[in-house]
Ligand binder design. Structure first.
Ligand code: ADP
Ligand code: ADP
Length: 227
């Protein structure tokens, strides 16, 4: 279980972006986070993804408190436990599909070349990109590029996928296909998915939706207080 308790975030300009955020995400849960632009979604997801350690409150992953751990420990945990998917894919332009997916494995010392090939081919099949191994990102549609990003996110077999507006740059038909992949990963491997989205149809794929407004988090069914 991932749990944040009483989390607050104040930026250097004294802007308070999050106030007393409490959130539990169970293992194997598929959670959507919704909220208007500027409400604090990216701020929260950076904390949940252990990318930002400069906040008040506590962060527990499997009962271990990561709040005051050093950067090396955090990057280790990120590499082992978390896969990231972004709105704009963030693929390396001069790398092929295969090479983009291989990147996280370069740092995992305990895999032979054969093991690497097997796991890369496996995730390419999971996201339906067989035959595209040698293509460059520029030769792919947006939906295909996001499939590459998802394959890269899962190649280290993370327990959690963090997705920040994964369908924000895609049309609605392609968005649906991407959400089917997330659902498949969630159901088949019990991968926890934490997804930020603006899109109600996309959020409907999640088991639960929480809402952020002005840095306050509201659970399903709770009334959002509009200021
Ligand atoms: P969202 O992802 O929901 O659009 P963000 O988490 O990016 O919202 O931002 C929440 C609020 O914090 C916004 O008002 C934004 O302007 C502010 N903010 C974000 N990053 C910074 C920063 N580095 N310094 C100051 N304010 C920031
Ligand atoms: P998003 O689309 O994810 O909400 P934003 O456009 O809000 O992204 O922010 C992009 C980047 O700019 C983020 O890294 C965020 O931290 C930073 N940022 C956002 N608002 C501010 C701000 N008011 N002052 C400084 N940095 C900001």
């Amino acid at each position: 279980m991932l749990r944040v308790k009483n989390v607050g975030k104040t930026y250097a300009n004294n802007f308070q972006a999050l106030t007393d955020v409490n959130l539990d995400v169970a293992d194997g849960e598929f959670l959507a986070i919704m909220g208007p632009s500027g409400s604090g979604k990216s701020t929260l997801i950076n904390i949940l993804g252990l990318l930002d350690n400069d906040y008040s409150g506590d962060y527990f992953l499997s009962n271990e408190n990561y709040k005051n751990k050093d950067d090396d420990t955090l990057s280790q945990v990120r590499g082992d436990e978390i896969g990231f998917v972004f709105q704009n894919f963030k693929l390396l332009k001069s790398y092929t599909v295969y090479e983009n997916i291989e990147i996280p494995l370069i740092y995992s010392k305990n895999k032979t070349i054969t093991d690497r090939k097997n796991v890369i081919n496996e995730v390419i099949e999971q996201v339906g990109l067989q035959g595209k191994e040698n293509s460059l990102p520029s030769e792919l549609s947006g939906g295909q590029q996001q499939r590459v990003a998802i394959a890269r996110a899962i190649v280290n077999n993370p327990s959690i996928i963090i997705a920040d507006e994964p369908t924000g740059a895609l049309d609605s038909k392609t968005s649906l296909e991407i959400m089917k992949i997330f659902t498949h990963l969630n159901e088949t491997f019990d991968t926890t998915i934490i997804m930020v989205t603006h899109d109600k149809d996309v959020a409907n794929f999640a088991m639960r939706t929480v809402h952020i407004n002005d840095g306050h988090l509201y659970n399903d069914g709770e009334d959002v207080v509009h200021s």
